[in-house]
Design a protein around this ligand. Structure first.
Ligand SMILES: C[S@@+](CC[C@H](N)C(=O)[O-])C[C@H]1O[C@@H](n2cnc3c(N)ncnc32)[C@H](O)[C@@H]1O
Length: 286
């Protein structure tokens, strides 16, 4: 997977449009092509759960609750919550991802799952006043959004008073570091300036789920510090109930340094100095 810097976008709208194109291209690959191995589509269709065990514990019993999955991609996580009894709505701006999600819902016979086409920015308008018991998101979602304050204000409109927002994301450590070759082997070095406002823009082939996929795509990602995430939520009507950091991650950013820890998760290899790789955050709508 060869990635190189791309010119910065002329506006957030241009960045979102290019990201949209990129996600529409990779969604079928993730659902049906080489990426299906990363997503463990076969095992998942046969009954394996895509959710982290801590997500299930921390969110508690979802049976009978309405759950909105923002940036649902191909619906594997959304439908995993449906299997646990939630009444699910998935939302994404990539039509191709929604087509795959609807196909999976049909295969699994989950008739009451809804998949809605919308950007995050217009999600509350698209859902026309509908509010949910739970808003679930993350695992590579926030980095696609140029403005977390806008995101949190949209989330606040979509969660019922007293309802929950729950997310799992990679930590700022993971988002800013990359391994660099030195005479003593590869060491982690800072790559992304977490105090820089703009996105990191890259062009290349492959995806985190299928490094061998040959389609070229441009991506623009914003990497966030904890304070940006937490203040956006607090300033838009949420109270933080818990935040937990873990030494496992929902993708494998550096195969030389990581090994599988359980299905759908990876950790640093034995001998590496550990640092937090992912975190979950639970916030209640006041
Ligand atoms: C890595 S996936 C995260 C979902 C889930 N963790 C997964 O891997 O199946 C990111 C998703 O965000 C969606 N996305 C990115 N920017 C978006 C935006 N501005 N509005 C709506 N969806 C967006 C993409 O289409 C993609 O499906």
């Amino acid at each position: 997977m060869a990635w190189r810097p791309a010119p910065p976008p002329s506006s957030d709208e241009v960045a979102i449009a290019e990201n949209h194109e990129s996600w529409d291209a990779v969604a079928p690959v993730h659902a049906q092509g080489g990426g299906a191995e990363f997503y463990r589509i076969e095992q998942w269709l046969a009954g394996e759960c895509k959710l982290g065990p801590w997500e299930i514990d921390e969110l508690g019993d979802v049976a009978g609750k309405s759950l909105l999955h923002m940036q649902c991609h191909i619906g594997t996580d959304t439908l995993s919550w449906a299997r646990r009894g939630a009444r699910v709505t998935g939302l994404d701006f990539a039509q191709n991802a929604l087509t795959e999600a609807r196909r999976f819902a049909e295969i699994l016979g989950i008739d009451d799952a809804h998949f809605v086409h919308s950007t995050v920015a217009s999600a509350a308008d698209t859902l026309a006043g509908e509010q949910f018991d739970i808003l679930y998101t993350g695992r590579g979602a926030l980095c696609w959004l140029p403005d977390l304050d806008e995101w949190a204000s949209v989330c606040a409109r979509l969660v019922k008073p007293g309802g929950l927002l729950y997310l799992e994301e990679s930590t700022p450590f993971v988002n800013t570091l990359e391994p660099r070759e030195t005479s003593e082997g590869a060491i982690f070095a800072p790559k992304y300036d977490l105090f820089h406002d703009g996105p990191i823009s890259e062009i290349g082939e492959g995806s985190y789920a299928d490094p061998n996929w040959e389609g070229e795509r441009v991506t623009h990602c914003w990497e966030y510090r904890y304070d940006t995430v937490i203040n956006a939520l607090v300033n838009n009507g949420f109270e933080i109930e818990s935040m937990v950091e873990r030494d496992e991650l929902f993708f494998d950013p550096w195969p030389d340094k990581f090994e599988p820890s359980r299905p759908n998760y990876w950790r640093l290899k034995e001998g590496e100095v550990r640092f937090p790789l992912s975190f979950t955050l639970k916030a209640r709508r006041v």
